[in-house]
Design a protein around this ligand. Structure first.
Ligand code: SF4
Length: 356
């Protein structure tokens, strides 16, 4: 019988799998604690389980991890990890310290199908979806490497991929992360970032475990936005705003609108005025993200004066706004930078191998 990958299972799925194997369902809680709180991947080390059960478990299940292929530490404390998947692909995950909490930024797909014009990951296209175990596995590896398993931390789904385009795996990962017997990350400490897949936002609104929502808006008019975020042709701004209006918010909760600032493209005083008008009666905050320039991205970062003027124009109109500090520029922490370079390197290596 093939072994089941235990890290792909939510607690209730593990309970069912244990019952099918003739074990008590409550053992699932013990196993979750070993795997997520203590970082154990070997059943023989789970000393509060009877010896015979550990043997049964080792025969039926495996607990995989994602080897670290590369780890870069920035001067500002940001750390970028390139993690190896079993099929030889790689994903990126980033640790951002003290913002004000510790934050892990994880990927949900290898590559991405959304084609945003300013994003390096988009140049890969969608290679494949990640599984729940591969998504949570990024947190397991980073929390272990940084000795933060017992700390409170945030998880943001803002790495490679569009989380709501891999909906079921993303939500299974949210459930595993939020489980009290594992990492116990409060759903309010988990943020899903989407380019605005309206049906998926509406589905998310009905979930019993409700993470925070961040919507990548990036432009105040459909014409501008469609040029930056092609999926806008399917889900225009008005539909996204309506879906946000209907999205249930916990007390004092807000939706975050992300807006990457691109010099001469979406950073004018008129753009700020239109953006303020769009979000005026919504419970939102606007997160301005000055572009982290990268080779292959045909846009520039606006000047600091232009960024300040844009933020000021929003604040004057009563919009809660913050400017995201650029992190990890010295380690190329922008989404996709390592994985895309890695892909290019492997393609170049294959070519070199072929002509050798
Ligand atoms: S910005 Fe996000 S949604 Fe857009 S292509 Fe990049 S990874 Fe995909």
């Amino acid at each position: 019988m093939p072994q089941v990958e235990l890290t792909e299972l939510t607690l209730s799925e593990l309970e069912t799998a244990l019952a099918a194997a003739g074990l008590e369902r409550y053992r699932a809680r013990q196993i979750f604690q070993w795997v997520y709180r203590r970082g154990v991947t070997d059943f023989t080390a789970m000393t509060d389980l009877p010896g015979a059960q550990r043997e049964t478990l080792a025969g039926r299940f495996r607990i995989s991890t994602l080897p670290v292929a590369r780890r870069d530490v920035s001067e500002d404390g940001t750390e970028k990890f390139l993690l190896a998947l079993q099929d030889g692909r790689h994903v990126e995950s980033v640790f951002i310290p003290r913002t004000p909490h510790q934050t892990f930024c994880v990927s949900t797909q290898v590559g991405c199908a959304m084609g945003c014009a300013f994003c390096l990951t988009a140049t890969m296209g969608l290679v494949r979806n990640l599984t729940p175990g591969e998504i949570v596995g990024q947190v397991r590896v980073l929390a272990g490497a940084l000795e933060l398993r017992d700390s409170r931390f945030n998880v943001v789904f803002m790495g490679m991929g569009e989380p709501l385009h891999n909906y079921d795996a993303t939500m299974a990962a949210v459930r595993i992360l939020a489980d009290d017997h594992g990492f116990a990350v409060h759903p309010r400490r988990i943020t899903l970032s989407t380019v605005g897949l309206v049906p998926a936002i509406e589905r998310l609104a009905g979930e019993d475990v409700m993470p925070r929502l961040a919507v990548s808006l990036h432009a105040p008019t459909d014409e501008q936005r469609a040029a930056l975020v092609p999926v806008n042709r399917k889900y225009p701004i008005a539909e996204i705003i309506e879906a946000c209006r209907r999205f249930p918010l916990v007390r004092r909760g807000r939706i975050t609108f992300e807006y990457v600032l691109l010099a001469g493209v979406n950073d004018s005083p008129d753009d700020a005025r239109r953006l303020a008008a769009l979000v005026r009666d919504l419970h939102v905050k606007v997160n301005l993200i000055p572009l982290n320039p990268a080779a292959g991205i045909p846009f520039e970062r606006p000047s600091d004066e232009r960024i300040d003027a844009f933020a000021g124009a929003l604040a004057e109109r009563g919009v809660t706004v913050m400017v995201r500090k650029s992190r990890g520029r010295d380690i190329r922490a922008a989404c996709g930078q390592l994985a895309v370079e890695g892909t290019k390197r492997s393609a170049a290596q294959r070519l070199a191998d072929a002509i050798r």
